[in-house]
Design a protein around this ligand. Structure first.
Ligand code: SF4
Ligand code: SF4
Length: 65
């Protein structure tokens, strides 16, 4: 695994604005039928853009263990 950090998404803080979905360059943020979002970690590159655009600070970049 070459990724140093991965985005940790706290759904209790998420306002379902979908900016992370819009800006993720890899298209690995997915949206559910109720507006919920989740990340497909298999293809996430750990760039941190989703965390940067999240005004609700629902996404935190954490080090891979
Ligand atoms: S940018 Fe943040 S608040 Fe908006 S959908 Fe993504 S995780 Fe939720
Ligand atoms: S860290 Fe980058 S690649 Fe991974 S979900 Fe966020 S924006 Fe997409």
């Amino acid at each position: 695994m070459w990724r140093i950090k991965r985005p940790d998404l706290d759904n209790s803080k998420c306002t379902k604005c979908h900016l992370c979905w819009l800006f993720c360059p890899e298209g690995v943020v997915r949206r559910g039928s109720r507006g919920e979002v989740w990340i497909v970690y298999e293809f996430c590159k750990g760039c941190g853009i989703c965390a940067e655009v999240c005004a609700a600070r629902a996404i935190t970049m954490v080090r891979e263990v």
